[in-house]
Design a protein around this ligand. Structure first.
Ligand SMILES: [Zn+2]
Length: 420
């Protein structure tokens, strides 16, 4: 690890205050997606701090240590969005909902920041809108362009926005799905949005909701790619600094744990509704504006770790074999903080072929295809992709009936030996 790999940010990303307090310290990890090949196994991977800081001024929660994007994103094992039919139907419904709610006219301009393969814009285009994507991944932008979705292969910034305004005119809708939590320089993005947005246009950003991460102990969504852990209240201060205002917020169910924030330039042309104040009240009731309550988060996480350790250690005393199911980025955080390594788990299976035959970041556990469950017959399968536990257990009912039992690590460690 060299000092140039990351830096410590001592100002709040939302309000620029320096009044930050550390509320959570997780075990340092390598970049959560930095799987290695067999040839790279003898190279020690650098681990970076994973600590959350709370801004006492605007109540925003954020990572203190920011790892450089060149280090975080050098390896990418993600599928493009169009591969999940469930996700596609979510996007189709979303496009229709936005066109109806804001009464868009044919050929109004809709821009998507972090547009991926153009999956979302495709549905806006089908509804008659003019569309434009912006995505930094050149290979994925090419897929979008080939599918008829104009896409700029670049990070969205103020200068990209100025060029787009010159070429296409102001946008009625600018959307962003789960891109904003990855961006260290949020100010440049918001400045660009304000430049490009029409006076009666709406900026809609979808981000993970820290309220859900906090109340459900979903701490393993904390990894270096996510620099911000958003709640509604800090957005008010952020947008106010830029002459914009939040007019409405909603919680989004399909992926679980997200909010959709609707923003306009000041003065807003659409009336504010009660949702903003309702969610801020929910956040305050949960203690998200209170350092002492936030400091409790560490104890709640460490209790899950201690319970899971007892469960795993008991199984190991009986000389039983444990394997893992799923190698998502979040598993790197979970395994590091819970102290789970190759002494506990012999191998991990994952259905993503791009990860198979590689080794997990830091812990170097082999990742294999799910057939290996039936070849090696482990006594227990620890579900690391626990947010997909239901479909995983249903798909591998045969394992449960004929071979072994599942272990659910979160939110409370438990052994599952039958499906209801
Ligand atoms: Zn702040």
């Amino acid at each position: 690890m060299s000092l140039e790999d990351f830096y410590f940010r001592d100002t709040c990303r939302m309000c620029l205050s320096r009044d930050l307090e550390r509320i959570l310290e997780l075990t340092p990890t390598p970049p959560g997606n930095d799987f290695v090949t067999k040839a790279e196994l003898n190279i020690t991977q650098a681990c970076y701090p994973l600590e959350l800081y709370f801004c006492k001024n605007c109540h925003h929660v954020q990572l203190g240590h920011v790892v450089k994007p060149e280090i975080l994103y050098q390896k990418d094992y993600s599928y493009v969005s169009s591969t999940s039919s469930h996700f596609l139907s979510h996007l189709r419904d979303y496009a229709k909902y936005i066109v109806d709610r804001f009464q868009l006219n044919k050929s109004d301009l809709v821009i998507d920041i972090g547009s991926n393969d153009g999956a979302c814009l495709k549905f806006f285009k089908e509804l008659g809108m003019t569309v434009q994507g912006v995505d930094p991944a050149a290979n994925i932008a090419d897929i979008a362009i080939a599918a008829g979705i104009p896409t700029i292969a670049d990070f969205f910034s103020h200068s990209v926005a100025k060029n787009l305004l010159f070429e296409k005119g102001p946008a009625k809708i600018i959307t962003s799905h789960n891109a904003c939590a990855h961006i260290d320089n949020l100010d440049s993005v918001i400045k660009g949005v304000k430049t490009l947005l029409d006076d009666d246009g709406v900026f809609i950003l979808e981000v993970g909701y820290f309220y859900d991460v906090f109340t459900n102990i979903w701490f393993d969504t904390i990894y270096h790619e996510h620099v911000d852990f958003h709640t509604v209240e800090p957005f008010i201060a952020l947008f106010k600094r830029h002459g914009m205002e939040v007019i409405s917020v909603e919680r989004v169910s399909p992926q679980g744990g997200s909010i959709r924030v609707f923003v306009q330039k000041s003065p807003a042309t659409i009336k504010h509704d009660d949702t903003v104040n309702e969610l801020i009240k929910l956040e305050h009731d949960a203690g998200l504006n209170d350092v002492s309550q936030l400091l409790n988060y560490q104890k709640r996480i460490d209790q899950v770790r201690d319970d899971l350790r007892v469960l795993i250690d008991n199984i190991k005393q009986d000389n039983k074999l444990i394997a893992g199911f799923g190698a998502p980025t979040k598993a790197t955080t979970l395994m590091a903080h819970f102290g789970i390594d190759g002494n506990d788990i012999s191998f991990i299976v994952d259905d993503n072929p791009l990860k198979q035959n590689l080794f997990t970041p830091g812990t170097h556990i082999p990742v294999l295809s799910s057939e290996y469950i039936y070849k090696k017959k482990p006594d227990y399968l620890l579900i690391l992709a626990w947010n997909f536990a239901e479909p995983i257990m249903k798909t591998h009912k045969k394992y449960l009936e004929e071979i072994g039992q599942f272990i659910l690590p979160m939110p409370k460690p438990e052994i599952i030996n039958s499906l209801n």
